[in-house]
Design a protein around this ligand. Structure first.
Ligand SMILES: Nc1ncnc2c1ncn2[C@@H]1O[C@H](COP(=O)(O)OP(=O)(O)OP(=O)(O)O)[C@@H](O)[C@H]1O
Length: 243
């Protein structure tokens, strides 16, 4: 479970995250939606202890990230900017993470298999397509067999096959009882992937409801347009440069 309470991040230039409170439950895929600049990445960074909140708290598996003894066994994350060494192979990359986190080598073989990378595991990362890099990022996130998975914009730039693969994987992980949070700025994609939605705009919570409820409320209209309407104030605020 992920519990976010009154989470706030202010920068000198403005407020990126503004008093957010929501819970991400296990056993389902939760879509974390908002237009560009809404504060999704900043929220995720605070959940993962990479950014310090100005106010409020974020807990993963019942504790703040910093209090987790073996973080990779509790939460795995795929962030937008991967830190992949181009000269390293997938197997070397994963083995290094496993070793520095006290995880057994058997996990490396397991996550390579789970992400379909076994056959290319010896190739250097510089030869990988974007789709393969995303799979490797997900393999690293799965290494500690964590109960919580956070994927930040995982389908950006992927071809249709890659998009379907991520969608299927997210659902499978949730089906295993894990907590899965997937961020996106595309309502149409989340409608196919997530069974629950947390929508933010301008750092504030706009909606926290099941995908079914959202779709039913906007049946007959284009989902992407309905999402744009919901977040339109946030977009106008941003475009006006008043942040
Ligand atoms: N280090 C920083 N200093 C100042 N402002 C920041 C910093 N990081 C983020 N912001 C601002 O906070 C706001 C939220 O950014 P964030 O990246 O969290 O949004 P997002 O919803 O993830 O959008 P995107 O999908 O475009 O990354 C933006 O206006 C951004 O410019």
């Amino acid at each position: 479970m992920i519990e976010v309470h009154n989470l706030t991040k202010r920068y000198r230039g403005g407020t990126a995250v503004d008093g957010l409170t929501f819970t991400v439950e296990p056993g389902r895929v939760t879509g974390f939606l908002g237009p560009n600049g809404a504060g999704k990445s900043t929220t995720i960074r605070m959940i993962l202890g990479l950014d310090r909140p100005t106010e409020g708290t974020a807990r993963v598996g019942g504790r703040p990230y910093a209090a987790l003894e073996r973080p990779l066994t509790v939460v795995g994350a795929l962030l937008e900017a991967g830190d992949l060494h181009p000269g390293r192979s997938a197997r070397e990359h994963l083995t290094w993470i496993a070793r520095t986190n006290g995880l057994g080598r058997a996990r490396v073989a397991k996550v390579l298999e789970q992400t379909g990378l076994t056959e290319v595991a010896g190739k250097r990362a510089r030869t990988y397509s974007l789709g393969m890099k995303q799979r490797l990022g997900i393999a690293a996130a799965l290494l500690g067999d964590p109960e919580v998975l956070i994927l930040d914009e995982p389908v950006n730039g992927l071809d249709p096959e890659g998009v379907i693969w991520i969608r299927t994987l997210a659902k499978r992980l949730a089906g295993e009882g894990r907590t899965v949070l997937v961020s996106s700025h595309l309502m149409s994609e989340m409608a196919l992937t997530a069974s629950h939605l947390v929508v933010i705009g301008r750092g504030r919570l706009l909606a926290d409801l099941s995908t079914e409820e959202f779709v039913a409320a906007h049946s007959g209209s284009n989902l992407e347009e309905a999402f744009m309407r919901l977040t339109s104030d946030a977009v106008q605020y941003r475009a006006g440069g008043t942040r």
